[in-house]
Design a protein around this ligand. Sequence first.
Ligand SMILES: Nc1ncnc2c1ncn2[C@@H]1O[C@H](COP(=O)(O)OP(=O)(O)OP(=O)(O)O)[C@@H](O)[C@H]1O
Ligand SMILES: [Mg+2]
Length: 234
Amino acid sequence: MHLQTNGVVMKFKGLTALDGVDIDISKGEIVGLIGPNGSGKTTLLNVISGVFVPNSGRFRMGDREWSSVSLREAACLGIRRTFQNIRLFPSFTVLETVEVAAAWLDRGDRRENALRALDELNFRQHCGRIASELSYGMQRRLEIARAIAGKLEFLLIDEPTAGLNHAESQELVEVIQAIRERRGCGIVLIDHDLHVIMNVCDRVIVLAEGKVIACGTPQEVRRDPLVINAYLGS
Ligand SMILES: Nc1ncnc2c1ncn2[C@@H]1O[C@H](COP(=O)(O)OP(=O)(O)OP(=O)(O)O)[C@@H](O)[C@H]1O
Ligand SMILES: [Mg+2]
């Protein structure tokens, strides 16, 4: 199954944040999404996950096609996400945080789905801890646990390693790979850490000024003169 965008345009007043974006992600692959600050990476996740309604363009997943969805509809289709700036309910426990997300999608299996997601992140022993009292690295992991509770076809992760040290980043990368292995989902990973991107991604898509300027294997993208010019530098 594929998740595709076709000609997606997103404007904020005079600014065109996405300028006709076509991407195609398969289930089972990890695709890096890179590009300069302000190139539209987060905006692309926002339109795919139903945070924003784009000005034009269409989306397709399997045999379903749409031009806009709500955040909940996208999540119910199995399109799940994390946020660039951590957004947790500060006073909730770890279990409550994940259970609320699981219940939002499917009231039936919420406890089971929440515990399964926490197990996948080796988080079950922290179930009773308060979200705001966790370390920053653990909050990042809790966000991912929340995003994988219940149905998961495609996972969109926005800068998970920002602010983490090398060991924490490495651990998070292993967690992301394990989710792909276990669930067989497609993953879109935004990150400015190119070691992370080049090591973990099967393919990389490069955005600049709201347009896809390159798409290919990490090796292909790294050599692409357009990418070097717009993002990587010499
Ligand atoms: N809600 C919004 N309202 C107005 N402008 C916005 C909004 N969200 C994004 N933008 C603008 O759209 C452009 C793309 O922003 P976006 O956050 O998608 O970039 P990004 O590639 O994720 O950057 P970064 O690497 O800094 O996270 C920027 O010029 C940004 O200022
Ligand atoms: Mg961003």
